[in-house]
Design a protein around this ligand. Sequence first.
Ligand SMILES: [Ca+2]
Ligand SMILES: [Ca+2]
Ligand SMILES: [Ca+2]
Length: 527
Amino acid sequence: MTKNFILSTFVGLSLVSFAQKSETEGPENLNWYLKDPKADGVYGTGATKAYEMLNAAGKKSTTVIVAVIDSGVETDHPDLQDVIWVNEDEIPNNGIDDDKNGYIDDVNGWSFLGGPTQDIDKEALELARMYRLESEYFKGKKVENIPSSELARFGTYEKIKIAFEKEISEKEASIKNIKMLSEYMQRVEKQAGVPFSKETNAAYVPETETDKRIQNRMKSILEMIPADQLNTEISGALKSMQSAIDLSKLDADSIRTSIVGDNPNDFSSKIYGCNRYEGPDAFHGTHVSGIIAATRNNGMGVDGVADNVRIMVLRAVPDGDERDKDVANAIIYAVDNGAKVINMSFGKYWTPNKDYVDAAIEYARSKDVLLVHAAGNDAKDKDVEDSYPTRRLNNKTTAPNWIEVGASSSSKSGKAIIAEFSNYGATTVDFFAPGVDIYSTVPDFNYENASGTSMACPATAGVAALIRSYFPELSASEVREVLMATTATYKKTVVAPNGEKAKMKDLCITGGFVNAANAVTYLLEKK
Ligand SMILES: [Ca+2]
Ligand SMILES: [Ca+2]
Ligand SMILES: [Ca+2]
């Protein structure tokens, strides 16, 4: 579930579902995620106000390393190149592991998704991989011949089979829906005689009931995606879903082994991968990194939330489902090489090797490293269905060094402040943070808007890094406690992602939005 094609999110729902209206658009909305509810009337992170107070108090900062486990990062982006972590103990490109951390020439981080010459770009769904592995294992075996010791595993296999077939048929349905949108656009263009736009959509006289439904849906979609970007979004979403279906038929484990060289199901190997930090598609990781750390006040592009951080690039999230092995090893790398905050804008609903990831989370806790995780973009209640990785460990404990975050918008209206795609959970999500129409760095020295809990996660990781940078005496779990205790409250009724009216407390533990200004006020007064 690495990428957050919002289009696929809402066409994945039914055509009668809707997108959410964003009230403030355009350049005046730039950097809205830095604004403050009290000072500016916008539910941003309050970072700008936090810096005003820190400066007034004469607070000094120390540099904090933030690991971004993601699709890769364009490390030479002009707004990022000064904030990329440099492993000072590693001499670049000499083919020697100078700092003896096990990884050769790991100067800005590491990629767990590459071999000597090739990189993993697309990956199969976790369900497809599990299905293949288990159907191979149980091949030719009849239920009555399966020993009682393996009946539980066989039961899981049957569940996987059903879920896998369901996921593929849902993807096929989504493709059908998207194609319907595309064909509808052509009909509108034909009637109007000019390219498809908000105006031509509104003026279109529907010929069928279906057309009428699509027209309404399109109205909502056009609030999220400009008409001239729609074709790109459509082809991106179609490609991504089709490739997931195609890949599910291939032997993903063998492909992985042939490219990277390791056996993805052998968890004893940690040392594999390469030092190509950008990978084949660095859009997602570059956007995430800019939100955390794009160089502030350099008169260029955007300002990141944190002003004294270094981004450690860890490539472990392909287009498709990431592997538990890579997620765990990326966490361990980050911990061992000095990260204090880890950004995890990814997730999936199946996890074959949770124990291994749990151990890495526990290791991060033992070394005082804070993990920040995106709640996911499926408008799901996480109290009912959790995604992975999760802070709920198999040993029944809950990792205290973990923040789970949903996405919110710049709208002041209760109808629109919670992103309609965001996962939520009264006991599973901590708070919400800016994740709609966030303008940030993207490859080829560029900038673009993107939406998703993938954006809310780095907004929060940026705030956490800011706090760790100015208040280094706080532990990882104390940083979480402070952010939990100081969220910006929102008293009005909101529309939840399931379309129902709700109180903020119904959607997350704190009932609020992360707020750096409140956290800094609290910490300065505590002194
Ligand atoms: Ca090394
Ligand atoms: Ca070296
Ligand atoms: Ca900048």
